[in-house]
Design a protein around this ligand. Structure first.
Ligand SMILES: [Ca+2]
Ligand SMILES: [Ca+2]
Length: 323
């Protein structure tokens, strides 16, 4: 029987269509229930609100300067982020579309204009509240109550606790054995200037001996360390890194290899390898891997750019979440 004939045969078809419809309705209700029960929770897990440490650092009657002091990149786009300015008991939804991506270490000038292009009337001594809201999750990223001071840092009356803070230092994860596995012992250091204090290496090359390896691992042979954190770049420039190690070390920035060894099982005496790359101002992820098999062990990370001569990297930070 052809389908069109089936449809015409009302007596024979009704129960079939009825059953199919019932099944469809049951499936649709089930799917809708599943989405409503699970969807919200999953959505929250998949897309957490961005965490960022923002702060209004300057006011004049046409702009607010906002500093990004750490955390996630915030997309300043009217469809993704709202900035609400409350002043003289009125709320203004500011036009943020000209600002674009806002990353840690940057500052941006936010025009005091609403989305219709009207200037927001403000003056020095006004009390105001600035709220930044993530539209994807409808969660506030940042709130600051301020009193405007013309051309200067406004007085902060109150502000939300920063969701994330950057503290100085890079964290090392120390492992027994050379495979970066097992239980790590953590230690946060201000720079990588390390040499084993047996043999002559410590006195020859200098070392922050309290950081490594004594006092952290029970062994000074057969260990591996991964340092992870952030490096703050003060200005857009080309930077050359010098990574000195015994027996093996590699450097990654923002996940990209900058200095690598030819093989994971290389063992060499004190060797300095270099890598050069351009970095924009702001915070960047940094990772240093090091292995010591036996004998002397050394690790040093230095750098240079057109604006400073070779020295130890000390612009390290690590993220501390208060959520
Ligand atoms: Ca050793
Ligand atoms: Ca060695």
């Amino acid at each position: 029987m052809k389908p069109e004939n089936l449809l015409k045969n009302r007596d024979g078809l009704s129960p079939v269509i009825g059953t199919v419809l019932m099944l469809l309705i049951v499936i649709l209700i089930g799917a809708a229930l599943a989405v409503s029960l699970l969807g919200g929770e999953n959505e929250e897990k998949l897309t957490p609100a961005p965490l960022a440490n923002l702060r209004v650092s300057e006011y004049n009657n046409t702009t607010l300067k906002i500093d990004h002091n750490g955390g996630d990149v915030i997309e300043f786009d009217n469809s993704r982020t709202s900035v609400i300015l409350n002043v003289a008991e009125k709320n203004y939804l500011l036009n943020v579309s000209t600002l674009g991506s806002f990353r840690a270490g940057e500052n941006k000038l936010l025009p005091l204009k609403d989305r219709e292009g009207n200037s927001v009337p403000t003056k020095a001594e006004d009390a105001a509240t600035v709220k930044v809201i993530d539209l994807g999750t409808q969660k506030p990223i940042f709130t600051q109550e301020i009193r405007f001071t013309e051309g200067y840092e406004p007085e902060t009356i109150n502000q939300s606790e920063p969701a994330v803070e950057y503290q100085s230092g890079i964290t090392g994860y120390y492992y027994q054995g050379v495979s970066f596995s097992g239980t790590a012992i953590n230690h946060t250091d201000s720079r990588l200037k390390l040499a084993e204090n047996t043999y002559a290496s410590a006195s020859l090359y200098g070392t922050d001996i309290e950081n490594w390896p004594y006092g952290i691992l029970a062994t000074t042979d057969s260990f591996s360390v991964v340092y992870e954190g952030l490096i703050k770049i003060e200005q857009d420039s080309s930077y050359t890194f010098y990574l000195t190690s015994d027996d093996w070390a590699q450097l990654y920035i923002d996940g990209n290899p900058v200095i690598t060894e030819s093989s994971s099982s290389v063992r060499h005496s004190k060797t300095t390898n270099t890598g050069t790359l351009s970095l924009p101002a702001g915070y960047h992820q940094i990772r240093v891997e090091m292995k010591e098999y036996a004998g002397t062990s050394i690790l040093r990370l230095e750098w240079t750019s057109e604006s400073f001569s070779r020295c130890f990297v000390e612009n390290f930070y690590h993220e501390v979440s208060s959520m």
